[in-house]
Ligand binder design. Structure first.
Ligand code: SAM
Length: 282
């Protein structure tokens, strides 16, 4: 068991600082205070972070930690933290570690006795989820799907039974292909595209996947989060239609309601009570 207390100064402490996902007004005072106090700021892209910090007049030594050098770079940072250097890590936008580098750095830091603390800020999928109108009590964040269509489809098929709201990250270049795949796998489920969050062109597009497929994707610029309703009652709704159709067919043949209920219940593998309730309204 390991315990780390973020405010007792007894062990080296790595800060993970969330940065704005578009709107600079979302850089918190606490984030600026912590960054101003650091000896080194490690960053996913030092040019981006340099320009972000310049907006607030913060000048610091920057160090690059990207996906491709995360392991080696994190070892270097951990040794500096152990020598007493004050270090924070920022990714390009939002939270480090959320579809961004940061996980390995944190894992290695914890393993080597470095405490870790997060400075809160914006996260694209949290903004999108909260305003989506889809259930927020349980959700499944997938992040980016694989780029190859067949691999992406296989991944989506694994999610069809999940009842939680499903959340994906996407770039504007792939949005059309991704919505098409989502429609193939999740049929008419309700979905939301949340784009350009916190920016001037922020927009939520809500509808079923057939409706979203009809969008003019040329006009959909910027960064996007896609949310799809979980498998909530969807199968039941489909069964209800199927049950109705089957019942209507047998009743149309002149078969009694009682027998039709039995046949439909056996054929579709659904309980007699469920079929009986539907048959009562026919
Ligand atoms: N670390 C970030 C976070 O905490 O949300 C995510 C970084 S990931 C590399 C970039 C993806 O996040 C984009 O492709 C998009 O799916 C989503 N994203 C980031 N900023 C966004 C915004 N302003 N509006 C909508 N989606 C955004």
């Amino acid at each position: 068991m390991k315990r780390n207390k973020s405010f007792d100064n007894s062990s080296p402490l790595l800060y993970l600082v969330a940065t704005p996902i578009g709107n600079l007004g979302e850089m918190s005072k606490r984030a600026l205070d912590v960054l101003s106090d650091m000896d080194i700021i490690a960053a996913e892209d030092t040019r981006n972070t340099y320009s972000l910090l310049s907006q607030y007049g913060i000048k610091k030594e920057l160090f690059s930690l990207r996906e491709h050098n995360e392991n080696e770079a994190s070892e270097h940072l951990i040794s500096l933290l152990k020598q007493g250097k004050k270090i924070a890590y920022v990714s390009d936008a939002g939270y480090p570690g959320i579809s961004d580098p940061g996980y390995l750095l944190v894992k290695n830091a914890i393993e080597q006795g470095v405490a870790v603390s997060t400075i809160s800020g914006s996260c694209a999928f949290i903004n999108a989820l909260v305003a989506s109108g889809l259930p927020t009590d349980h959700f499944y964040f997938y992040g980016f799907l694989p780029k190859k269509g067949n691999e992406a489809k296989r991944e989506l098929e694994k999610l069809t039974d999940r009842e939680e709201t499903l959340i994906f990250y996407e770039s504007p270049h792939h949005i059309k292909e991704t919505i098409k795949l989502l429609q193939e796998v999740f049929k008419k489920r309700y979905a939301v595209i949340a784009r350009e969050l916190t920016k001037l062109n922020e927009e939520y597009i809500r509808g079923n996947l057939d409706e979203l497929m009809a969008l003019n994707f040329e006009t959909l610029k910027g960064e996007m989060v896609i949310l799809v309703e979980g498998n909530h009652n969807l199968e039941n709704q489909i069964s209800e239609n199927q049950i109705k159709q089957k019942l209507a067919y047998f009743l149309g043949l002149g078969i009694s309601k009682k027998i039709a209920i039995e046949i439909v219940s056996t054929e579709l593998g659904v309980g007699k009570n469920q079929v009986y309730k539907i048959a009562q309204n026919m």
